[in-house]
Ligand binder design. Structure first.
Ligand code: SAM
Length: 442
């Protein structure tokens, strides 16, 4: 990957043209597909854009980026969970000699101190600057070369937010459900959604509110809806192994309180996402959600008026009469429509789309005339199924006739293809179990 790298902003805000400073980004070797959209989204959130004069190997833990200012590099690191650290890059090469030559060419005026060997006082306990030499031994653990393939020397600038993955781990979370989102992915979703302080973020399938926590951690006010009365009220069976029923204070608000984020909680309502409850206005800065896809939780919606009346006549005790199956095609249709309608311009929709891999093509990604596809990252679920984190941005005001235009002809057929996901998932699982049983009998 190659990108232009010119800038017009010099230090102290003076306008000057010249090459952008180089930074070395050290990335964590997990969630590889999610890293580039995260870094791009965060740079744009900081007022910059992704730019690199170097060939970037997308799967490598080392990326050389051109970033206009140290302040922006620090801004990026205040949010990223995909990157570990960032360094102001002073030199790099394929050997120690090349690194040394490169270092000697680093402009003296850019160095925070005298040129190597450093002549100032060395204070190892409380250093003013920390310098790193990083060595890249490639990505094949079974084929590690004798000598590093690349060497980098740089001044440490900041670490990323990897510690959030541990401190917000679902394992120690007060209130969880069967489908509570993993902490790292929740933060990645909030970053893809470019959530920022004072935003209003909405999750229409809120469950235990796992996705609200990451947005609140970044200073956004959060709210959600869910069709399930018990989940919203923290009632019913517990999801933890050694606990039968949910405790008295197991709910979304208490989760936010656990992390000192209660002030960001707006509310969670019991409501069916297929029947929007909002006044017609642009209300949300981001919609971040994990819709049900019928594997670990049912896809359902409230019944029609007729069905509700029938249930009432029968005296069915249900807070909302839940009857019909909510087809995946309808879930995505409704989700995109409500994002188009209720997002502010430039606001983002981030959601998971389940995919049956043998039939996947980019064309099956649901589209909408008001929403531009920003990124699409795959996470494997099984050998034949995966889910894709889809990020879309509102680029056009919603008009009433936008509602169905994306469902014309061909797209409509592609949408319907999502409906069979559950059957395909279980047919695959059944086949695998049958194969495993057969193999065991051999
Ligand atoms: C995958 S879970 C979301 C989990 C959530 N992210 C969390 O951290 O707990 C999907 C949720 O959608 C809810 N749901 C299913 N059908 C719905 C509908 N028609 N309207 C609103 N919520 C619905 C389910 O009750 C479930 O809680």
């Amino acid at each position: 990957m190659r990108g232009g790298a010119e800038h017009s902003m010099g230090s102290g805000g003076a306008m000057a043209r010249g090459p952008l400073p180089c930074y070395l980004l050290l990335l964590a070797q997990e969630n590889l597909e999610f890293r580039l959209p995260e870094i791009k989204s965060l740079l744009s959130l900081c007022g910059g854009q992704f730019s690199s004069q170097q060939e970037i190997c997308i799967n490598s833990p080392f990326w050389i980026l051109n970033i206009p200012s140290e302040e922006m590099a620090r801004g990026l690191m205040k949010r990223t969970v995909c990157a570990k650290s960032i360094f102001e890059l002073w030199g790099h090469g394929k050997s120690a000699e090349e690194l040394y030559t490169s270092l000697k060419n680093y402009p003296m005026e850019k160095m925070a101190l005298e040129f190597l060997p450093f002549e100032g006082k060395v204070n190892l306990k409380n250093p003013e600057h920390i310098f790193w030499i990083l060595e890249d031994y490639g990505m094949d653990p079974n084929n590690i070369p004798e000598e590093p393939l690349d060497l980098y020397f740089g001044r440490w600038i900041a670490d990323g937010q990897r510690e959030l993955i541990e401190s917000y781990s679902v394992k120690r979370r007060h209130f969880i459900g069967n489908t509570s989102m993993d902490a790292c992915l929740s933060f990645i979703m909030a970053n893809h959604g470019r959530v920022k302080a004072n935003d209003v973020v909405f999750d229409p399938f809120v469950g235990t509110g796992g996705l609200l926590i990451s947005s609140a951690r970044f200073g956004a006010y959060v709210c959600g809806t869910d069709i399930d009365y018990n989940t919203v009220h923290g009632l019913g069976k517990a999801s933890r192994k050694n606990q039968k029923w949910r405790g008295p204070d197991e709910n979304i608000r208490a989760n936010l309180r656990q992390y000192g984020l209660e002030k960001y909680y707006l509310d969670a309502l019991i409501s069916d996402a297929s029947k929007p409850i909002w006044r017609k206005e642009m209300l949300f800065d981001a919609i971040i959600t994990d819709p049900p896809y019928g594997i670990r939780e049912a896809t359902r919606r409230t019944g029609s008026q007729k069905e509700i009346l029938k249930a009432t006549e029968r005296g069915t005790e249900n807070h909302i009469s839940i009857s019909s199956n909510y087809h995946l095609s309808d879930i995505f249709f409704d989700l995109l429509n409500s994002a188009a309608e209720y997002l502010v311009m430039g606001g983002r929709l981030v959601y998971w789309l389940p995919v049956y891999k043998p039939e996947y093509t980019e064309e099956i990604i649901p589209r909408h005339p008001c929403l531009k596809l920003i990124s699409n990252c795959e996470q494997m679920l099984s050998s034949h199924t995966s889910r894709r984190l889809i990020t879309m941005e509102k680029v056009k005001e919603f008009e009433d006739n936008d509602q169905y235009s994306h469902l014309l002809d061909y797209q409509s057929l592609l949408y319907k293809g999502h409906n069979a996901f559950r059957e395909k998932y279980f047919s695959g699982v059944t086949k695998r179990i049958a194969k495993e049983e057969k193999d065991n009998q051999k």
